[in-house]
Design a protein around this ligand. Structure first.
Ligand code: HEC
Ligand code: HEC
Length: 94
């Protein structure tokens, strides 16, 4: 009697361990992924220090600009959310 009772006590078995491993892996990926939000910084040169708006960025970085964004580039507006703004930049947020 006493023996069968103790068998009902929960103990992590192999399947539980696999489950925990997957949860841990997912959390790790999310933490690491947060850093990948940042990509190439905006160059700290004269052109980039004085740009005022997204529209201005896009005069050079749209499909037919001098330095187009990659084809699959996000349509997101907040350039500086991902591309670190130049150190000597001194205008309003595009
Ligand atoms: C007058 C044209 C012009 C404007 C306006 C402009 N850029 Fe650029 N951008 C360039 C050129 C040319 C390059 C490539 C040469 C270089 O590194 O300077 C470049 C390069 C870049 C790069 C890539 C850097 C790398 O390491 O490859 C990023 C990111 C970038 N620009 C973001 C921006 C953002 C954000 C804005 C608006 C705030 C902007 N640019 C406005 C001309 C422009
Ligand atoms: C959600 C994040 C995100 C936002 C917002 C964003 N970008 Fe990017 N951008 C990227 C990533 C990621 C790349 C690819 C970098 C690589 O090739 O390593 C990239 C690449 C670029 C490149 C090409 C760099 C090169 O060396 O070829 C340019 C130019 C650029 N972005 C301009 C812009 C401009 C202008 C804006 C604002 C209108 C903007 N990006 C907003 C993530 C973003």
């Amino acid at each position: 009697m006493a023996e069968s009772k103790s068998k009902q006590k929960w103990q992590p078995d192999k399947r539980d361990m696999v489950f925990f491993a997957i949860v841990a892996a997912v959390i790790l990926l999310l933490v690491l992924g947060a850093n990948e939000r940042k990509t190439k910084p905006v160059p700290d040169n004269e052109t980039h220090q004085s740009v005022q708006s997204r529209a201005e960025c896009m005069t050079c970085h749209s499909i037919d600009g001098v330095k187009p964004q990659p084809i699959k580039h996000t349509k997101a507006d907040q350039c500086f959310q991902c591309h670190l703004q130049p150190e000597h930049w001194n205008t309003a947020t595009p």
